[in-house]
Each structure stands twice: as C-alpha cells, then as structure tokens.
Design a protein around this ligand. Sequence first.
Ligand code: GTP
Ligand code: MG
Length: 314
Amino acid sequence: MLIDEVEITIKAGHGGPGMSSFGGHGPDGGNGGKGGDVYISVTSDLRALNQFSAEKNISAENGKAGGKNRADGKNGRDTELELPLGSVLADKASREEIELTDLQTKILICKGGLGGKGNWEFKSGKKRSPTYAQPGLTGENKKFNIVLKYLADFGLIGLPNAGKSSLLNQLTNARAEVGAYPFTTLEANLGVLEGKIIADIPGLIAGASAGKGLGIKFLKHIEKVKLLLHCIAADSENIENDYHTINKELASFSPDLASKPQAILLTKTDLLNPEQTASQKKLLEQFNHPIHEVSIYMPESIKLLKKYILEREF
Ligand SMILES: Nc1nc2c(ncn2[C@@H]2O[C@H](COP(=O)(O)OP(=O)(O)OP(=O)(O)O)[C@@H](O)[C@H]2O)c(=O)[nH]1
Ligand SMILES: [Mg+2]
C-alpha cells in the first residue's frame, strides 16, 4: 500500500551535559557535545512515506557528556530523513508549510541542542559555584503532517488489463504488479522517468464515475497531469468503444480531466501482425490524438515512447 499521508514527530538531539570535575589545578570538566541535527532530503522513491508505517518518531543522537580533564563530549550524529518528491509538510504548531518540489533540496528541519559548558569554563566566574556545569539544551522538536501531493506529469489511463502497469515498469523505476486479469492494480503506482513523474491508476470501466470498479477515486492522482497516456490494447475487438468508454468516464468525473491532451498508446502490438495493427490504428485516427504503437516485447517501441515523453515541453 502506498502511504500518502502521515503524521510524524521529529526530534533533534539533546546537547550533552557539561562535566563537573576537579583535577590537580581545580575545575577541569569539559563541554558536552552538540545534539545531532535532523535534515530532510528528497527522493524520487514515491513510496518513501512507507518508512513511517511503524515508526513515526524520528530523532537524532544526543550529544555526549563532557569528560574530565577538559575533554569535550562528542557531537550527536545527524539524521537525514528522505521524503518523496511532492511531499508537503505542515508544521502542526506554526502551521508553516514546506513543499518538496526539487530533488536537490536539503533542509535543516530540527536543530540539535547546544552542549552544556563544563565547570572548567566557569573557572574564573565569581557568581557560580566551582562545581557548576551546564546541562545542555534540548534539541528542536516538531510535529508534522506530511501529505504526498501527486505531481505526476503524465497519467496512464485505460481499461483494466490494457497494459498500463507493464508500461509504467518499462518506462520507469517502478515495480508495479502486473497480472493477466483485470483489476490487478488496486492502488496508484508512480514512477519517475528522468525526473518526470508518471502515474498508473487502476483500470476504469463503464460506470466508474458512478462508483463501479475501482478506478474513479484514483482519478484525483492524475488531476494535475499535463498529458494523459491513454492505453488501448491492440487486440481489442471493439477499439473505438474502448476509447469512448474511458473518455465518457473521464468526462463524468471531471470535464477538466477529459479536456486534457491525450496521446493514445496502442499497446500489445506484438499480438497482431503489421496489417492488423495498421487497421486498428486507422480506427483510432478519427480521434485526432497522436498514436504510438507499443509492446513491452519490442524494446525499440519503448525507446521511442520514452523519447516522446521526455521531449514534451509544457
Ligand atoms: N503480449 C503482450 N502482453 C502484454 C503487454 N503488456 C502487458 N501485457 C500483459 O497484459 C496483462 C495486463 O497487464 P497489466 O500491465 O497488468 O495491465 P493493467 O492495464 O495495468 O491492468 P489493471 O491494473 O488490471 O487495470 C498482463 O498479463 C501483461 O503481461 C504487451 O506489450 N504484449
Ligand atoms: Mg495495472
């Protein structure tokens, strides 16, 4: 299951306490180390929120205590938290929002506490007792609600079994489940092709917008896409019907979605001979969309499709 919303607590490390000790020449307690910081970085692995399925408390290491003989305690180790591209973090207290839209981003989200000074540092102080050492400061502690917004640039749509997930796997690093039966995909899958995000959603059927099948609630995942990749199986018995079924459902769900640019992917062309493929393609030409013949068993067709996707300028 793809986790797309989660609440977590992030806690930076506590500063280590300063030492209170005395050597041959009086106070010699060293300083505590600084608490570790927590950083956020961005990953193209859109399943990264699944790391919080069990543990929702993230922390960095505390600073170590100062030692005798003016020895400084070690700083706590920093923690780096990887969140998926498209995450929006809302700070529960300040209501500040951070949107992760760039893979290069690295943010210091919670700062570790400073280490306490050891009693050596207060040697010449008049107000303090010579045994005084600071305890170290607490690290920052914040609660966030994280929502994964769908930033997909491309959306694979089509009837169940049209080959959408198979294509996603060929085009991107995704490992979506593929099955020789309808409704294999139960959740939206996302993959990244050189920084462009492609979404694969469960197949739509006639009546989907009225709640039939699974697909409709996943359409929100592709509401922001710039191009719909409409998958139609080449071996379909009524290919025009397939086209209309999907577009009718899109239009009932959202006219906005239905009016988005589409490219037709005529899938599974390995199942037909070139003449059959050509006549199926001809039936789709009336819809005035670019048509790409693809087969996961024809690497050249996948290469051409990748090129087409990567060259899209929006
Ligand atoms: N011959 C052939 N079979 C394909 C091709 N692409 C996909 N298939 C097969 O078609 C079946 C359905 O593929 P999926 O990728 O699961 O289809 P889907 O559109 O994601 O299906 P749902 O998730 O159920 O909507 C599987 O048995 C695939 O192996 C292709 O290019 N050629
Ligand atoms: Mg699928």
